[in-house]
Structure formats: structure tokens, C-alpha cells
Design a protein around this ligand. Structure first.
Ligand code: PEP
Ligand code: CO
Length: 461
């Protein structure tokens, strides 16, 4: 294994390493111009927000908070509109309310948004009727239409993506700052559907119970509980396109460190987590809290190499490990992963992504995920961490605030036949708003019953 280097890092040092999943631009000078242009623009986030998130993630790592990270598999430029963004924010806020109620811990809300525009692909090219073109790699790189013009990687799209990321986060900040995220007003997040959803009563009970608790606390303390702060909502995306990430990577003299100022919390995807690769080289040098996806192909030595290379100081809140083994493999793979990290003597925040290990294709050829498998993986993950004296400190979910039919199951019992009705994702299937809320309720319920079991077993007999 390569010894971790600490001195020779700079924001472009990744370019000396093999970089997976990068588009090939026909005009490298044009790419350089765009990267230089983005570097001159104001950043999307600032270092003190990033540091605030890191300390909140450190609390989650200690078991004192819980991370809710969610959003689209891939944002598309056409969805950069107020309604879609507000709906996504609403479902995340509703889920966080339900989780707060059930877990009795502060919920750290992190969107997969404002920059989630680039996708890893299993092949560099796609062939249709004997014609091969570059694969669609997300709106940051090229267009989905199967034409040579659309599929040619265009560096200008990096700029368009950066602008949309800024527009998105600007709107989210304005909503949050204006009181939209205030627990006193959950009616602001009403998605309409709650009036006729199978979960309506349960959700309304939770809203009332939180309202009562706030009234009680504010009554006895004479103080108002303040939930709405400027950045009570953070942004994250997969740090896949390294020229894009490099462009806003800056040395902040006041902090004496480098930061990626295009997002609060970038993560390394499964396909780009090679120890010798460009992504690990880039990520080791930025001071943001970072995450890595952990899949079944990662053996102990690989995982240990990531932990020691990416967080050599063992800084709390720095490294989140997002495991995504799938309901079938989690029971075999997770204990080994927990043990491997334990052997390094380092700590990390463990988060479960119950989506990416549970993707399947229907007999009709549609990519889907079954709600029961998503829930099963989460259940097993909570149990395994608890049994091993570890803590599952968050969930990572692909979801949308819209009424799509991409995943099956849930309280409305969507079947394979329903998938055709409102399948809009061009990449992975997302939970719709009802399924996402139901998942939060089930996580919360199970956590409450685990706490009750624990109380029963520890009560004096
Ligand atoms: C994703 O999060 O959309 C993704 C591609 O995940 P993974 O890297 O875990 O496959
Ligand atoms: Co995905």
C-alpha cells in the first residue's frame, strides 16, 4: 500500500493519478478556460459553514445526532425550478421532523443537491443499432439525447451546472432563513398529498406531538426554541468530475487549509474509490467533511487504506462511511467492515445507503427498487451496528418530492405495473414523497421500540 503523502498535495495534484469516470473533451484549452472562469466566481458555500457541519457530524459520530442525507440520484438542469426544489426541501424537512420525534436526537439535514449533476457510468460508450456514442454522464457533462452533438462532452456545461447549483442553494437558503424550516410551522412543508395519504393520521399525530412538546418547553423555560438558522440545511454531491471540484478548491489563509467551496460535503462514489486513484488523492487534501461509499467489493485492506489516507489525524466528523451492501449482503459484509475500521484504531461516522445495493431490473426491463428490501437493509444495518457496539448515525436516500412511480411497495402497494405511470428518473429509481415519509416513520418507530426494549431489559427487576 502506498504510504500517505502529506506534503505534495495541491488542488490539481490528482492529475498525476489515473482518474476514473472522467469525460474526454475534444478541446482541452476550452476546458481550462471554463475551470479558470469558475475559479474566479464567488464560492457557493464558505469555510465556516463547512466547519459547522463537520462539528455536527462529529456529534453524530458520538451517537448524539443523526444524519439525513437525501435527494435525486442525479439532478437535471431542467429541474432547477422553484417548485421542484421546494418540494424536495419539504420532503426532507418532513422526514427530519419524523426522525427527530422518533430518534429524539438532532437531525442533520444534508441534501443530495446543488451540484449532483455528474454520474458514473458502467461503460464509456453506448451503442444503439450499431452506432456508438459517448455515454450520458449527467447534465454537467453532456446531454441524454442519442445524437453526436448532445453526447459530445461540452465544458460550458460545467459553468451552467455551477450556476444552477448556486441558484438552487440560494433559494434553499432563502427559504430556510425565512423560517421555512421552523419547527413551529410544519404546515409550511405541507405537500398536499398528506391530506389523502395512507400515512396522514400518523404524520399529523407526530406534528401535534412536536407542537405540544415545543409549547411545553417554551412554557416552562420562557424561551422560544429556535430551529431556523442560516445554514441548517447543507449541500452535498458526489465529487466525481475532478475538474469541476478543483475549480472551487481554495486555500483559506484564515483557516490555513484547503476547502472545496462548491459544496459542504462531497463524497467519493464506489467506482472511483481506488486507493491509488485521482479521487482519493484529491479528497485527502480538502478539509471538508467527506464521505466514501462502501460496497461489498471493498476488502478490509482497501477500507483501512481509505480510512488512514483520508483521515490520518482521526479528526471527528471528517470521514463518513456510507455502506451500500444491499439487503442480501449486508449481514455478511457489514460486520467485517466495522471490524476492519476498528482495527485501524480510527473512528468514522457510519451511514447506510439502502438504495444502491438494492437496484434490480423488472422482467419488463425497468430499473427499480423494492421498498421492502430498502427497509430490510436498514433494519439489519441498525441491528448489526447495535450488536457490535457501533452506531448507525445516518441514512442516505434517493428521493424526490414529486409523485413518481419508480420504486415499488410502500403503503400504497405500488407494483411493477405502476412503474410505467410516472417513471421520470433517467438514472436510478427514487422513493416518491409518500414512500420517503413512510421510510422515515418506520425508522422512527423501530428506533422507539428498540429503546423501549432496552429500557425493559435494563429496568431493575
Ligand atoms: C449514487 O450515489 O448515485 C451512486 C452512484 O452510488 P454508488 O457510488 O454507491 O454506486
Ligand atoms: Co444513484
Amino acid at each position: 500500500m502506498r504510504a500517505p503523502e502529506t506534503t505534495s498535495w495541491h488542488s490539481a495534484s490528482w492529475q498525476t493519478r489515473p482518474a476514473q469516470q472522467q469525460p474526454v473533451y475534444s478541446d482541452p484549452r476550452a476546458l481550462e478556460r471554463v475551470v479558470a472562469h469558475i475559479a474566479r466566481l464567488p464560492p457557493i458555500v464558505v469555510s465556516w459553514e463547512i466547519e459547522a457541519l463537520r462539528s455536527r457530524l462529529a456529534a453524530a459520530q458520538r451517537g448524539e445526532a443523526f444524519l439525513l442525507q437525501g435527494g435525486d440520484c442525479a439532478e437535471v438542469f431542467a429541474d432547477c425550478e422553484s417548485d421542484t426544489i421546494a418540494k424536495k426541501l419539504k420532503i426532507l424537512l418532513q422526514m427530519s421532523l419524523v426522525l427527530l420525534h422518533g430518534l429524539k436526537k438532532p437531525i442533520i439535514r444534508v441534501g443530495r443537491m446543488a451540484g449532483q449533476y455528474a454520474k458514473p457510468r458502467s461503460a464509456d460508450t453506448e451503442t444503439r443499432n450499431g452506432v456508438s456514442l459517448p455515454s450520458y454522464r449527467g447534465d454537467l457533462v453532456n446531454g441524454p439525447e442519442f445524437t453526436p452533438e448532445a453526447r459530445a462532452p461540452d465544458p460550458e456545461l460545467l459553468l451552467r451546472g455551477y450556476e444552477r447549483a448556486a441558484l438552487t442553494l440560494n433559494f434553499v437558503r432563502a427559504l430556510v432563513e425565512g423560517g421555512f424550516a421552523d419547527l413551529h410551522h410544519p404546515e409550511y412543508w405541507d405537500l398536499g398529498f398528506v391530506h389523502h395519504a395512507p400515512l396522514k393520521d400518523a404524520y399529523e399525530r407526530i406534528v401535534r406531538s412536536i407542537g405540544d412538546a415545543l409549547d411545553f418547553f417554551e412554557g416552562i423555560s420562557g424561551r422560544r426554541v429556535h430551529e431556523a438558522t442560516l445554514v441548517d440545511f447543507y449541500a452535498s454531491h458526489e465529487g466525481l468530475h475532478l475538474h469541476y471540484e478543483q475549480a472551487q478548491t481554495r486555500f483559506i489563509p484564515r483557516q490555513n487549509r484547503w476547502y472545496n467551496l462548491s459544496t459542504h460535503m462531497p463524497w467519493i462514489g464506489m467506482r472511483t474509490a481506488g486507493l491509488e486513484g485521482a479521487h482519493v488523492e484529491y479528497f485527502r487534501g480538502i478539509s471538508n467533511p467527506i464521505a466514501v461509499k462502501v460496497g461489498a467489493a471493498m476488502d478490509a485492506a482497501w477500507l483501512q487504506g481509505l480510512v488512514t489516507t483520508l483521515n490520518p489525524q482521526n479528526q471527528p466528523g471528517r470521514l463518513t462511511l456510507i455502506h451500500r451492501f444491499g439487503a442480501k449482503d449486508v449481514a455478511a459484509a457489514l460486520p467485517k467492515a466495522i471490524e476492519a475500521v476498528r482495527q485501524t484504531g480510527q473512528t468514522a461516522l457510519w451511514v447506510c445507503d439502502p438504495m444502491h445495493g438494492n437496484t434490480e431490473t423488472t422482467t419488463g426491463g425497468i430499473k427499480t427498487r423494492r421498498f421492502e428490501n430498502i427497509l430490510k437493509e436498514l433494519d439489519l444495518a441498525f441491528r448489526i451496528h447495535a450488536d457490535m457496539g457501533s452506531y448507525l448515525g445516518g441514512v442516505h436516500i434517493e428521493l424526490t418530492g414529486d409523485d413518481v412511480t419508480e420504486c415499488t411497495g410502500g403503503a400504497r402497494g405500488l407494483t411493477d405495473h405502476d412503474l410505467a405511470r410516472a417513471y421520470r428518473s433517467t438514472v436510478d429509481p427514487r422513493l416518491n414523497h409518500e414512500q420517503a415519509l413512510e421510510l422515515a416513520m418506520l425508522i422512527a418507530e423501530r428506533s422507539q421500540s428498540r429503546r423501549a426494549d432496552k429500557r425493559a431489559t435494563t429496568a431493575p427487576g
